[in-house]
Design a protein around this ligand. Structure first.
Ligand code: FE2
Length: 319
């Protein structure tokens, strides 16, 4: 029923730093809604893809999922209420800020704000990236994917699969329980992990159309090595080449390229690891980093490789 993750809502005590990173480093377009208080970040022709508001309190991040029309919104609202979630209708001001035709919101079992909407509008002006680049891969696949660490794995998995209508892409039990879920051709739109630690937002993946734009983002991050949460590498499941950039609130952007798409005949897989190479998680304790290195060495010894499949390049070969 949910067709895409269409936008993200952020409340941050670090609005200026968010604007700087979004525009100069990632290459998003910043549109000021109210100076010093609220900005819309654009990644494509849509009205907004991130709505970032200043708060004096704790940083937070919520997600806006889209479905086709008002009837579906009513259906999903009823399903949520039946499952015990208290939903609230978006106000006229909230709809206008987001550029959506209708919206409800509620809290997931970890307290993350979830919005369900329909009718995300196009912007009145063309997308102008914050730095020269070939754009982001969005469209029917939505803004990208989000990975969460949850304290309520079963409840969250139930919410996404049985109420939102996501399907399982793949999963693993070791070193902790992770489930990847899709709702469109993007290999996964959600990743749910139960690590035993407290619930938190792990990352939001944004996908560049062009490999060189990812490489330039990595060059910029190398100037501030402490900003790199996970080094350049390639994921074993969605085949994304990426690195992870810490944002001003401490959770991360995964900046990626050439994510795999999947179709209706997809078979659920048990994963042998998280990455084919690279992706050193600088924030992990030493023994976990070493465990990850051993997995990479095993995959390398087995010669496990994956094709690069993308039709998203905007740069043209010279004639
Ligand atoms: Fe990811």
């Amino acid at each position: 029923m949910i067709k895409a993750l269409s936008y993200v809502v952020v409340e941050t005590p670090h609005l200026e730093a968010w604007m700087e990173q979004a525009e100069k480093h990632i290459g998003l377009q910043v549109e000021v809604v109210e100076a010093g208080r609220c900005v819309r970040l654009r990644a494509d022709e849509k009205f907004q893809r991130l709505l970032v508001t200043r708060t004096e309190g704790q940083a937070s991040m919520g997600m806006g999922f889209e479905l086709d029309n008002a009837e579906q919104l009513q259906t999903i609202r009823q399903r949520l209420e039946e499952a015990g979630y208290a939903t609230t209708e978006g106000t006229a001001e909230e709809l206008a800020l987001r550029g959506v035709a209708g919206m409800i919101h509620f809290r997931d079992p970890d307290g993350v704000r979830l919005e369900v909407c329909h009718g995300l509008a196009d912007a009145a002006t063309p997308f102008v990236p914050g730095r020269p680049l070939g754009g982001f891969r969005t469209g029917d696949m939505g803004i990208g994917h989000v990975a969460l660490i949850t304290e309520h794995f079963d409840e969250l998995s139930h919410l996404y699969r049985n109420i939102f209508g996501f399907r399982v892409s793949d999963h693993t039990q070791a070193p902790f329980r992770v489930e990847f879920l899709h709702c469109n051709p993007r290999h996964h739109t959600m990743g749910l992990a139960h690590t035993g630690g407290p619930a938190k937002i792990y990352h939001l993946m944004l996908e560049y159309n062009d490999f060189d734009d990812l490489g330039r983002a990595y060059d910029m991050a190398l100037e501030k090595p402490e900003s790199i949460g996970v080094t350049l590498g390639r994921h074993i499941n969605d085949h994304t080449t990426s690195f992870y950039l810490k944002n001003p609130d401490g959770w991360m952007f995964e900046l990626g390229w050439a994510s795999r798409t999947i179709g209706p005949n997809w078979q659920v897989e048990e994963l042998q690891g998280m990455s084919l190479w690279g992706h050193d998680r600088t924030w992990l304790p030493d023994h976990k980093r070493e465990e990850a290195r051993q997995i990479l060495k095993r995959l390398a010894a087995q010669g496990v490789r994956a094709p690069v499949v993308t039709n998203s390049q905007t740069a043209k070969a010279s004639q």
